[in-house]
Structure formats: C-alpha cells, structure tokens
Design a protein around this ligand. Structure first.
Ligand code: SF4
Length: 304
C-alpha cells in the first residue's frame, strides 16, 4: 500500500473553483465555451468554507482549482488561510508551467501546499505543445514537476486527458515521467465534450484505446504509482477494473457549470437495466452519436 494512501480518499477532500482564466488553449478544453461567463467562488464563499471546516472538521484536504489557479495573485494567502483553518493538506490543480520557476514553488510550498495535480497532455514537447497550443509549455510543466521533487513531503499527481491526439502516447507519458520519485498517482481521463456531439472530433472507440491504456497502467504500476481511470466502460477494463474511480471530491463551482455538464448525457448503456456496476458512467451522448451503442462488446456486470 502506498504511504500516501490517505491522500486519495475523495470524501476527505473538498474542491473550490477560484479562477476561470487560463493561459493555455488546450484543444480538448472542456470549458472553453463557458470560461468567459463562469464565475469563480467569491472570497466570502471561500471564507465561509474555511470557518465551516475549522468548526466541523469535515475535510482533511482542500483542492484549489479553476481553469489555471496559479494565475490568482493571492493564491499563497488562500493557501495560508486554508492551513490556518485546519486543512491538513492543500492541493493545487494546475498546468504546472509556473512551477517551472523555483521561487514560485518555494512561495506556494512555504504557504502550505503539499500536493500538486498537474495536467500533462502528451509525452513529448512537440505533441504536448500542439495540444496546449502554447510553444514551450511541455518544458515548463516538466521542469515544474521536477522542481517540486525537492520537497520530500510533497506529492504530485498527473492527469492526462485521453483523446484522438494523445491515446497512442499513454505508455510514453508514463515513461517520460518515470524519473519522478514523488509522482504518487497518474490519472487517465477519457475525454467528454460537454456537448451532445463530438464537434472537435476527439473521441476514439474504446477498443482502439484499450491496448495503450493497458500498457500505460502496467508501466505506471511497475513504477509504484497508483492509477485512476475516469470515464471508461467498467466492463472493458479486465484486471484494471479496480482502477476505475469516477468519484471526485465535493466541488464548489458556479452552478451554471452543471447545466453545461448535463449536456454530456452520461449513464447511457443498452445494458443499464441489468448491469450492477456501481462505478460505471456508461456511454455519453456524443460517443453514442459517433460510434453507436456498442452493446455487442459491452458486458453487464453482476457484482457491482
Ligand atoms: S455494461 Fe454498460 S453500464 Fe455495465 S459496465 Fe459495461 S458500459 Fe458500464
């Protein structure tokens, strides 16, 4: 069991969305159409959550997120307030580019961050930068991940969104980060378009992606990493079934986000009435629109 196992209990963490600007332009961005009008949580809402947790001690960890949280000028002050409010762990979700500067890492870590959730779009500079549409972004993100290794109490978690542009690179993503000692978990999130259609043509059939996912997961585990897979049919995962974790910490976000999120139309499957999988999100509307129901390859589960 990982010494960091307690960092991955989603019920012990709470997320607050504090910033909706971003300085990357990822092709797969799921909120690019709504980023301009979604509102971050206010300082009053943040302070209320701090007071609540100081009194109730409901959560051990706070996740500060957004589009790109490091664009928030007073991020160190929020982190310090979270630590003073009794949060044992503070995590930031980021593209990691600003962590390429050591003095910025020092500032966040001195304030109290001990967990970094970093988006890695692909395995090399050319592919990653083509996805983020910002030249030099891969180098900065990688340097950021390497910089935070200097503080041994910190952990990192990576997230790779799996699309037509990245699925063949999954094993190489794991290899390209194999030197990171404090990378505790790698996550693979199968893209959802926040729409009934795959307008950007990024979805790939599950069976085409599966061999790359299997290889990536085996490599990550051989390196001692935990793995979380999001939004993949449970019944296709074989011995990776235990790695499907669709749950997330409670999220405080502009309610408008949820009406956008509903457009995905998750939980559709021809076997839904008989399948007992408690973890599966089934298929979404855009996937069905593009590839059909795939009922002949999906298999109902009978033991949750
Ligand atoms: S049969 Fe359908 S609901 Fe059941 S695990 Fe497979 S995809 Fe999910």
């Amino acid at each position: 069991m990982s010494p960091f196992e307690d960092r991955f209990d989603h019920s012990a963490y709470v997320s607050m969305t504090m910033e909706f600007r971003c300085n990357l332009r990822c092709v797969h961005c799921m909120i690019e159409g709504t980023m301009d009008h979604l509102q971050p949580q206010s300082r009053d809402q943040f302070n209320e959550l701090m007071s609540f947790n100081r009194e109730q001690k409901q959560w051990r960890g706070l996740i500060l997120t957004g589009s790109e949280i490091t664009l928030l000028r007073d991020l160190p002050e929020l982190i310090t307030a979270a630590k003073q409010s009794g949060f044992e762990h503070v995590r930031i979700q980021s593209h990691g580019m600003h962590l390429g500067k050591m003095d910025y890492c020092e500032k966040l870590i001195s304030a109290g961050v001990d967990e970094f959730f970093i988006s890695v779009a692909a395995a090399d500079a050319e592919s990653h930068d083509a996805i983020t549409q910002v030249p030099g972004s891969f180098e900065k993100t990688l340097r950021g991940l390497e910089n935070i290794e200097q503080w041994q109490h910190t952990i990192s978690i990576t997230n790779t969104v799996v699309t037509k542009n990245s699925y063949k690179q999954l094993p190489d993503v794991v290899r390209s980060l194999s030197h990171l000692k404090q990378l505790a978990q790698m996550e693979f999130w199968f893209y959802w378009p926040m729409s009934e259609k795959d307008e950007k043509d990024l979805l790939v059939p599950h069976l085409d992606m599966l061999p790359y996912l299997q290889e990536a997961v085996a490599l990550a585990k051989a390196l001692g990493r935990r793995v979380e897979i999001k939004n993949f049919p449970h019944c296709l995962l074989g011995d990776m079934k235990g790695d499907l974790v669709n749950g997330q910490p409670q999220l405080f976000i502009d309610p408008v986000f949820w009406s956008e999120f509903e457009k995905n139309g998750f939980y559709q499957c021809k076997h839904r009435q008989t399948c007992q999988s408690a973890e599966c999100l089934g298929l979404n509307s855009a996937y069905i629109d593009k590839f059909g129901w795939e009922e002949e390859i999906l298999v109902p589960q009978y033991n949750g």
